[in-house]
Design a protein around this ligand. Structure first.
Ligand code: PLP
Length: 631
């Protein structure tokens, strides 16, 4: 566990039991009386029909723990409640979940259900997200906020106004000044008074990767001048009391409470000014930014870590708002935040399998081989070979490496112009590997082939280099004596994971034990963004998904929902193909072939094709043998 820093990034949900398996404590640390869930047992139950009550879902697999979502929501709420109480703050915290972080129906419904007792709401950034939020919140509390962010056309604005008519606590947050005209116009037409917010472009700038939305030149929000024009226009229309919320978002993964307090303090000044100008301000919405410690380092200068706890985050926000409002004698506003990453990251785990590894093989050249290699080299390469041998005799390893490099380059050139044969080139490669190995500079990193598409399931690694904790979920009682990088099933050279938390370029892994033993890896903390961003590169679809709840009983868990990932037909349909027509065409070709050539039974061929359309694009059980050939 120490090798993989689980205690750093996994607490309080993940740890390792005495059998060496990763365990899950979905209710966090507060529920010691619950049995921990053994993740390997969950994977077996989902994917191995031979295990008792086992399902037959293909991997990769997303395991969702709704209880973790509940614990995250309760922890955030309780951190703010504590800060409000201990600082004597005169209002309350009321968060919203930005559905863009994971729009899965069950995730959103769970959040609405678990958060309804403390008026937790939703944030939408587009029309479909708004439709989704409207229908989910209809079942929840009417006090919960429904924040409408993002660029808006007239249809978006009219939807948001209809939501208000349906008694949802909808706030239209102006992202561009021009949206105001539509809001005024549509609200008159629909006969509904809007509640309006403005998104401010703060001067405070978050300098990390996720900070490009912040600062004066940031992508979103209204400048001070634009906010003043909005106030004037609303005043002129007699609608200034509709302006009730100030929003800002300085970027995801805010690294420190210093930066946070700086941004919140600046926003609180704008909020107080809006009060002074006559708006009926009620809510300060601090956006997202509550970060996740992906590598467990608690560092403030990295995109994959944050230097604060939930409690410290909440305390810094409450203190910064209170300080400004008290100085300006402004009534304390409701504090809203739009934390998505911090709510959904922990609740899902992506499980995939390492199906083969290309082993690093130490060259075994005898002294005779080495001598023969030298003798068979073309004349131009002889001097490099001679220099290499001489420096090896002298023990001058630096020169050895330089000459080996020179020799290799020259021989590759010779091979390219056709004057060196394949056997000669292979023996030079072997000689150079032997030199590197003898000198101790070779790095025996194995490539583990994983049943996954990086583009579909870990798009942020490919797109922005985001690191996630990836670890074997079993055999952790055994020291992993290999180093590996992970190579996915796509035929794209970017489809590999070769950077890991802690700045490592390889992952400690165990030796694969042969065809009948599975080696499962888990990617943790990927519940936010990854599912929504993943595409269909190489037509690999999403993973299978199960929901797991903690219960009393022998295993301590129950699978409450299981959905296989999309089939080949499904992903083809997503790109406008018609699998049924494709199948008929292929069947017709088979019939023609059988008619002309005889031989292999047509029914068998058609059956094979039909099965492929029906199965998931990933490796189906038993087909991993085709990859072991890569060894
Ligand atoms: N609110 C807005 C306006 C955002 O743009 C984002 C994400 O970028 C969020 C909330 C979610 O932030 P986080 O990822 O920090 O939870």
């Amino acid at each position: 566990a120490a090798l993989y820093r689980i205690n750093g990034w996994g607490a309080p949900y993940f740890s390792v039991n005495s059998s060496g398996n990763v365990t899950v404590r979905p209710h966090g640390s507060g529920t010691m009386n619950h049995q921990e869930i053994d993740l390997l047992k969950v994977v077996k139950k989902a994917s191995d029909p031979r295990s008792s009550g086992g399902l037959d879902l293909p991997l990769p697999l997303i395991i969702r723990f709704p209880d973790v979502l509940k614990n995250r929501l309760e922890s955030i709420q309780s951190a703010f409640n504590c800060a409000v109480e201990s600082q004597g703050y005169g209002s309350h915290y009321q968060g919203v979940y930005p559905v863009k972080c994971n729009q899965d129906r069950f995730v959103v419904e769970d959040i609405v259900k678990f958060g309804s007792s403390f008026r937790f709401g939703l944030e939408a950034g587009s029309k479909p997200e708004l439709l989704l939020a409207m229908s989910c919140l209809c079942k929840g509390s009417s006090e919960s906020l429904l924040i409408c962010n993002g660029f808006k056309d007239a249809e978006y604005i009219s939807l948001a106004l209809i939501a208000r008519k349906l008694s949802l606590n909808t706030v239209i947050v102006l992202e561009q000044e021009e949206e105001l005209d539509s809001v005024i116009d549509m609200s008159r037409k629909l006969g509904v008074l809007p509640v309006v917010g403005v998104r401010a472009k703060l001067r405070t700038k978050h300098s990390g990767h996720f900070g490009s939305t912040s600062g004066e030149k940031g992508k979103f929000g209204l400048t001070t001048t634009q906010i003043l024009r909005v106030v004037k226009k609303l005043e002129k229309c007699g609608m200034l009391d509709c302006l009730q919320l100030l929003h800002f978002h300085i970027g995801s993964q805010i690294p420190s409470t210093d930066l946070l307090a700086d941004g919140v303090g600046e926003a609180a000044q704008i909020y107080s000014e809006l009060v002074r100008l006559g708006a009926s301000m009620k809510v300060i919405d601090i956006g997202g930014g509550l970060g996740i410690d992906y590598d467990g380092s608690k560092s403030t200068d990295s995109d994959v870590s944050v230097g604060y706890t939930l409690e410290e985050y909440a305390a810094a926000v409450v203190q910064a708002v209170k300080f400004v409002c008290d100085r300006k004698s402004v009534k304390h506003p409701v504090i809203c935040s739009e934390s998505g990453r911090a709510i959904v990251s922990h609740h899902s785990i992506l499980i995939f399998e390492a199906v083969s590894s290309s082993k690093y093989t130490v060259p075994t050249l005898s002294s005779v081989d080495v001598k023969q290699c030298g003798e068979r080299l073309p004349e131009e390469a002889q001097s490099d070979y001679h220099n290499l041998s001489q420096s090896a005799i002298r023990g001058d390893y630096e020169s050895c490496l330089a000459y080996a490099d020179q020799l290799k380059q020259r021989c590759v050139e010779k091979f390219k112009d056709g004057t060196l044969d394949m056997e000669q080139l292979a023996s030079v490669d072997g000689l150079c590997d032997l030199v590197a190995k003898t000198i101790g500079v070779s790095d025996p990193v194995n490539t583990y082939h994983i049943n996954l598409s990086v583009f579909t399931s870990v798009p942020d690694f490919w797109g922005i280099g985001q690191l996630f904790p990836i670890i074997p979920i079993h055999r952790l009682e055994e020291f992993p004596n290999k180093k590996g990088v992970l190579s996915d099933l796509t035929c794209d050279s970017d489809g590999k994971i070769n950077k890991f938390i802690g700045g490592e370029s390889s992952l400690p892994l165990h030796e694969l034990e042969g065809e009948n033993s599975k080696y499962y890896l888990g990617m943790f903390l990927g519940g936010a963004y990854e599912e929504a961003l993943g595409g269909l590169h190489n037509l690999f679809g999403g993973p299978s998904v199960i929901r797991v709840s903690q219960i009393d009983g022998p295993h301590g868990f129950a699978v409450t929902r299981a959905v296989p990932g999309p089939s080949c037909s499904d992903v083809l349909r997503a790109m406008n193909h018609e699998p049924e027509v494709m199948f008929e065409t292929l069947k017709h070709r088979i019939e023609e072939y059988v008619h002309d050539e005889g031989g292999m039974a047509g029914a068998l061929m058609a059956g094979g094709i039909a099965e492929s359309f029906h199965n998931m694009p990933y490796l189906t059980v038993g087909s991993s043998c085709c990859l072991t050939a890569a060894n």
